[in-house]
Design a protein around this ligand. Structure first.
Ligand code: PLP
Length: 380
């Protein structure tokens, strides 16, 4: 998406920026639907995890393309409602779901409420009994063969509490990037079918399944098939939809040659704009085919020269990438534009830390580059 960008306009503000591409966003939605249909052999509906990328324009496009929204806090719920999302297509879940979040979810009749624990479920169940609400209630299942220790409940705990009750409207499971592989996911579905046989669920129950798919353009992940007899599955995704629809641009502040093999490049931006450095947690640093241009917006040729890219926070962990291909003549005043930066960007970082320059966000709707800078959850 970044090959033909009008650099001149985007860099004229002299500020780092994010740029999101609508066409790519829409094609990612269609692609993920197809991938999940192939994996599970049934039509699935998608829910987008708001925390991955809360920019209002992206969320509005997601809404228009019939993707539901997955929110994890009272703030996120209020934000989704303020953006006009149909409550029936909002799903609330996560460890941070407080009683106020439960109450508002039930009051506004959101589609579903996923409780992270049995005691959370009991609390929601009690509140629901006192109010009239169509919201379905589910619990998070987290077997010990999935990474992470503080999330969800085990099969044993769920069977002990809910067997033969038919009380659950759904089950919520997130596999995650570290555990997503065929044997694990197949085992998970077998465990879920065991719970179905033990009558934990109502007749019209739903499985809310977060596979933990990475950026599919980058990872070339092999998708396997899963055997199961579950009829209603909602898929919860984040990066596979958002990552490759966005890129990040920043001006270069300095280039140093401390060693003959590798340059040190410092940009006017950095970790404060991101939830994590530009590496893949499973496979380490990845080459991202960035584009470079000079101060006038003229593209520069990338060479074999290698650089460690640092942000401007001057903190020990502010290395965005240890080994990046850059132009041989890279210099102060040039710009770097990095693809695959549409997820866990600005709003997942610490943007206000020591008052660093904040990036702008642009949105390309096929005709125009619109300034859609995200300010905060209270301002739309
Ligand atoms: C419960 C849950 N659902 C969905 C997501 C979105 O994740 P992904 O980017 O792996 O699709 C996350 C991310 O951590 C999550 O914790």
């Amino acid at each position: 998406m970044i090959k033909n960008i009008p650099f001149k306009n985007l860099i004229s503000n002299q500020r780092p920026f994010f740029l999101y591409d609508e066409k790519k966003l829409i094609s990612n939605i269609a692609h993920v639907r197809k991938v999940m249909k192939n994996m599970l052999n049934i039509d699935v509906s998608l829910a987008f995890s708001l925390k991955t990328q809360p920019n209002y324009k992206i969320i509005q496009t997601i809404n228009q393309h019939n993707v539901s929204l997955d929110v994890s806090s009272l703030n996120e719920l209020n934000y989704a409602l303020a953006l006009g999302f149909d409550p029936e297509r909002i799903f609330v879940g996560g460890v941070g779901v407080t009683e106020s979040a439960i109450a508002l979810s039930l009051e506004t009749n959101v589609g579903g409420l996923h409780l992270n624990s049995i005691d959370g479920f009991e609390c929601a169940f009690r509140i629901k009994k006192k109010v009239t609400s169509n919201t379905s209630l589910s619990v998070r299942f987290h077997p010990n063969y999935l990474k992470g220790t503080k999330l969800g409940e085990t099969k044993e705990a769920l069977l002990a509490r809910f067997a033969r009750s038919k009380i659950l409207d759904g089950l919520h499971v997130y596999v995650g990037r570290e555990s997503f592989e065929q044997n694990t996911v197949q085992q998970l579905f077998s465990d879920i079918e065991e719970m179905v046989a033990e009558n934990l669920f109502s007749d019209s129950w739903t499985l809310y399944f977060g596979p933990g798919l990475p950026d599919l353009d980058q990872s070339k992940l092999e998708i396997f098939k899963i055997n199961h007899r579950i009829k209603d599955i909602k898929i919860e995704v984040g990066r596979s939809i958002a990552s490759s629809c966005g890129c990040y641009g920043a001006p270069i502040l300095s280039v140093k040659n401390f060693s003959a093999e590798k340059k040190t490049v410092i940009i006017d931006g950095g970790l404060q704009h991101f939830g994590s450095p530009w590496v893949n947690l499973r496979h380490g640093p990845i080459q991202m085919n960035a584009v470079f241009c000079n101060a006038k917006g003229k593209q520069k040729k990338v060479s074999n020269a290698s650089a460690a890219i640092y942000g401007s926070l001057c903190l020990w962990h502010d290395c965005l990438h240890p080994n990046f291909s850059v132009p041989e003549d890279i210099q102060r005043g040039d710009w770097i534009l990095v693809p695959h930066m549409g997820a866990y960007g600005l709003t997942a970082g610490v943007p206000l830390f020591i008052g660093e320059t904040l990036p702008l966000e642009f949105y390309y709707d096929g005709k125009r580059y619109i300034d859609v800078t995200h300010h905060n959850f209270g301002t739309i």
